[in-house]
Design a protein around this ligand. Structure first.
Ligand code: K2U
Ligand code: ZN
Length: 190
């Protein structure tokens, strides 16, 4: 089990395109395992490779993380092949702690991807899974949920973020231990 540091707003990697995975190697499978460990530790329901400082086009999701059994999904080179409808909902991001905003997303999506064995599959998402799939696939293309906010709301969100940075000086380094993002009491003092 390896916990990876989470890169936060200001880290250049969050704004870069990822590279498609051409061969699903053991290294990619190890990255997926570490991303799941980190996502659960940070109490997230999704995590994309750039958020842990990696450029592979890989994301992990588990919208059922608190249910039994968990419903982990690893997606390699995911792409949305169908989207319909529109629904507004509140979003947050592990890379922008304690900042939230309403985002319009497709109500239903079908996503094509490779699994951890390099096998192609398709997944249909509605409700929270649809939203999470779109949020994570955006991460793989350097897009963040705050990009969808109005100018005023984005300005307010960025101002809130500046406050957070003061609260967690470590965030200024743009990389923080996952315990800090998860707000764990044992979070390392910085
Ligand atoms: O990519 C991430 O930063 C993890 C996101 C994924 C997400 C954002 C908005 C809506 C759905 C998924 C979240 O921070 S994970 C935290 C969370 C937990 C439960 C429900 C919504 C968000
Ligand atoms: Zn995010």
């Amino acid at each position: 089990m390896s916990l990876l540091d989470i890169h936060v707003l200001g880290a250049p990697i969050l704004r870069q395109e990822t590279n498609p995975v051409t061969v699903v190697t053991d290294d990619v499978r190890r990255l997926i395992a570490d991303m799941f460990d980190t996502m659960y530790a940070a109490r997230g329901i999704g995590l994309a490779a750039p958020q842990v400082g990696r450029t592979e086009r890989v994301t992990v999701i588990d919208v059922g993380r608190d249910k039994a059994p968990p419903q982990p999904i690893a997606l390699i080179n995911p792409e949305i092949v169908l989207q319909e409808g529109s629904v507004r909902g509140e979003e947050g991001c592990l890379s922008i702690p304690e900042v939230y905003g309403d985002v319009d997303r497709a109500a239903r999506v079908v996503v094509r991807a490779l699994d951890g064995d390099g096998q192609p599959f398709e997944i249909e998402g509605t409700d929270l899974l649809a939203r999470c799939l779109q949020h994570e696939i955006d991460h793989l293309h350097g897009k963040l949920f705050i990009d969808y906010l109005s100018i005023l709301k984005r300005r307010a969100a960025l101002a809130k973020w500046e406050e957070q940075k003061a609260k967690y000086p470590a965030l200024i380094r743009t990389v923080v231990p996952v315990s800090v993002v998860a707000g764990r009491p044992d979070a390392e003092e910085t």
